[in-house]
Design a protein around this ligand. Structure first.
Ligand code: UDP
Length: 256
């Protein structure tokens, strides 16, 4: 799968369908495990600030641009990303795929009532999926859940604990479920259960989903300040890299 670097992370450069079909052919069909990280500007900024978290994200097999901010920032590079690949859409596509192929899934995260609603919807709309385990994200000890996943041997593990916990959980425990494709989903289970509404289609299409989240969850405003901070960091580093490269080019020309 083609990738492009945006501020020290290598993102999948393609659309949702291309990504799912690649994942299916080379990983799910081969029972080959993979880790998928869905990165929005908040996560990108956290990774830029924290080396440990950067290591966690960059060790994923696939880093997806789950935020228009990442795509916009990529336009500063010579090879911009073609499209955003939203975690929620990947979740729906993987459920569809798991249903068609009667795959086993494990769900970890969200509140118990949300999880119950998710399980209910999956059993109705995706009847061929075998749910081999589910744990809410509040009660059980993380190590206990990791062992449960290991024993259940799912094909796909959905982890919805919010960042950075979900990425950290997968990073620390992926060796216990090497055959599985694992993905961090943020608030996707809340949306899928109907507890939280996703932005209207026109807002998603016009890249305003972030604004919808801000208006409907005003408590997020502090967290969302990380979006302009991310933009500033990328712009600043891009500029200093450019000046570093042009200085190197100038030096090389002088040497010639
Ligand atoms: N969550 C959880 N356990 C926790 C904290 C959060 O399971 O200890 C869940 C929460 O119920 C929600 C998701 O993690 O379903 C986080 O959603 P959010 O939209 O905040 O994701 P983020 O933007 O932080 O990735």
């Amino acid at each position: 799968m083609q990738t492009e670097m945006v501020h020290n992370l290598s993102y999948v450069n393609g659309n949702l369908q291309e990504f799912i079909s690649y994942l299916d052919t080379y990983y799910i069909a081969q029972k080959q495990g993979a880790v998928i990280a869905t990165v929005n500007p908040e996560i990108g900024y956290a990774a830029a600030k924290d080396k440990g978290y950067h290591q966690v994200i960059s060790s994923a097999d696939f880093v997806l641009p789950d935020g228009i901010g990442v795509v916009l920032m990529s336009r500063l590079t010579q090879h911009p990303l073609k499209s955003r690949i939203a975690g929620f859409d990947v979740f729906l596509s993987l459920l569809g795929l798991a249903n068609r192929q009667s795959k086993k899934i494990f769900l970890y995260g969200a509140k118990q009532d949300v999880l119950d609603a998710v399980l209910n919807r999956i059993s109705k709309e995706y009847p061929h999926i075998e749910v081999v385990g589910a744990s809410n994200g509040y009660e059980a000890d993380k190590r206990f859940v990791a062992k449960q996943i290991s024993r259940a041997k799912p094909d796909i593990v959905f982890v919805a604990l919010g960042y950075p916990h979900q990425e950290q959980f997968i990073y620390e425990n992926k060796h216990l479920f090497p055959q599985a494709v694992s993905i961090g989903l943020g608030g996707s289970l809340d949306v899928f259960s109907g507890t939280v509404k996703r932005a209207p289609r026109w807002m998603i299409k016009t890249n305003l989903e972030w604004l919808y989240r801000l208006v409907t969850n005003p408590w997020r405003w502090k967290r969302m300040l990380n979006i302009p901070k991310y933009a500033f960091t990328v712009l600043r580093d891009n500029k200093s890299n450019k000046s570093l490269y042009s200085k190197q080019a100038e030096d090389q020309t002088k040497q010639l």
